[in-house]
Design a protein. Structure first.
Length: 443
């Protein structure tokens, strides 16, 4: 599967050079302090642009043809279809680059105005659609479609053109439609504003334990893409905290089943949030009436709790980014976590992962190998896999951050063999361990 876009970075933190190409699943591996979290945060920032509430001057610029098409739709109450061209891709790339090249973009994400990148460039390489349609009913409601399909599956996204166009607010509608186009061009799920990229930082357990003491500051600063000056976390970590405070359970959540399966297979109990109105979290073990506060629960429960709460929440994910999903998990639980994340990918939600775990990567490899296996149905039945747990290898890319010899790192795309990704740094460590064991056991 050809990527929709690429993000290239040079001279950023420890990263000397990295070019990450879009895929429904992106896996970032490498040793500690190699730049994986920096790259994951940048990817979150890019994916957050269509949904951000930034100043109008910092938003992606409206596509020029949209305004003319809106005028045609308003006067004819009919429909207009625009064939996507190379110039549209270039316009979106240029518009996004004007945002990410601004030093304030990185400064806001990392809460540090001294952190800069020598180079940061996004390129739209392939549009996810060939045609955009704008149509209007006799009542003035208008609809957006991509390749003939409504923007929302099973529904239509409508807005009224009538009074807005006539009062000179057509640029607002043109900007709104452009946001939809950029959102779709980045391969994100849902639509802007309501759907947002969710980021689970590596330090989520510690951050969550501090939730109550931080809550008053966060409640006072609930505006999206706003980092309170008295809280020195990265912006995606601040968003994570805000979401944990505001999360409400939604029984209609499409990812609810994933959470319930993990609670059954791994937690042997259930977690719930807002037990005291202050964003607190409790764990109720199976076959007991007692709820335990998070600090009395196991590290595994504390690590999984925010993931499960957000899966069941009313928040809509345009993308899901998680650092070290294997943290505090037994090897068997790591395998279940990998299966859960593949289920999210198969819901149409892009996923980015940073990991140090060979077990986790091997489970991803297994799910890719199973996807096209000639004995797929037999193996799925034998080992208890479900259809939504297999992963099309074309939907995954992996990158390893390795030392370039100068103390900095470069991101190398990993080879994808028939059995999956080959990760040299993990394999070399396992080989070293085996060599030492062999020497120790020599008679």
């Amino acid at each position: 599967m050809d990527p929709l876009w690429s993000l290239e970075v040079e001279g950023f933190g420890r990263i000397a050079h990295a070019r990450i190409e879009q895929a429904p699943l992106i896996v970032l591996v490498g040793k500690n302090n190699s730049g994986k979290s920096y790259m994951a945060s940048l990817l979150w920032g890019l994916m957050n642009i269509p949904s951000s509430a930034r100043a109008a001057a910092r938003r992606t610029q409206a596509l020029e043809w949209i305004l003319a098409d809106l005028q045609k739709v308003r006067t004819s109450r009919g429909s207009v279809h625009h064939a996507v061209s190379q110039s549209d891709s270039e316009h979106i790339s240029g518009s996004l680059n004007r945002i990410i090249e601004d030093p304030a973009f990185i400064a806001e994400i990392f809460s540090d105005d001294q952190l800069v990148a020598k180079k940061i460039v996004v390129k739209i390489k392939r549009m996810a659609f060939k045609q955009i349609g704008i149509s209007s009913s006799e009542y003035g409601d208008s609809y957006i479609s991509f390749d003939g399909a409504p923007f929302l599956q099973g529904d239509k996204l409508s807005f009224s053109l009538g009074s807005g166009i006539e009062s000179g607010e057509e640029s607002h509608f043109a900007q709104m439609i452009s946001d939809f186009v950029v959102h779709k061009a980045l391969g994100l799920a849902g639509w802007p504003m309501l759907f947002r990229p969710i980021y689970l930082p590596a330090a989520r357990t510690g951050i969550l334990m501090s939730l109550k003491s931080l809550m008053s500051s966060l409640v006072d600063n609930m505006r999206p893409l706003h980092n309170p000056q008295n809280i020195r976390f990265t912006l995606p970590a601040v968003q994570f905290l805000q979401m944990m405070v505001m999360a409400e359970e939604d029984k209609r959540s499409e990812s609810r089943e994933i959470a319930e399966h993990l609670e059954s297979s791994v937690l042997a109990g259930r977690v719930r949030s807002k037990i005291d109105g202050l964003g607190g979290v409790a764990y109720k073990p199976r076959n007991t009436d007692r709820e335990l506060p998070l600090f009395l629960s196991s590290s595994m429960v504390a690590e999984l709790a925010p993931f499960l709460i957000l899966l069941r929440s009313h928040f809509k994910m345009s993308a899901f980014i998680i650092e070290e999903p294997e943290a505090h998990l037994h090897l068997s639980a790591q395998r279940e976590m990998a299966r859960a994340l593949v289920k999210i990918v198969n819901l149409g939600i892009p996923v980015v992962i940073t990991t140090h775990s060979d077990t986790f990567v091997q489970q991803i490899n297994l799910l890719m190998h199973l996807h096209g296996h000639k004995r797929r149905d037999e193996l799925m039945a034998k080992f208890g896999y479900e259809a939504n747990e297999t992963l099309d290898p074309e939907k995954a890319r992996a990158y390893e951050f390795v030392d370039d010899g100068s103390g900095r790192t470069v991101a190398r795309e990993l080879t994808k063999e028939e059995e999956g990704f080959v990760v040299p740094s993990l394999n070399e460590t396992l080989a070293d361990l085996a060599k030492e064991l062999y020497e120790f056991d020599k008679s």
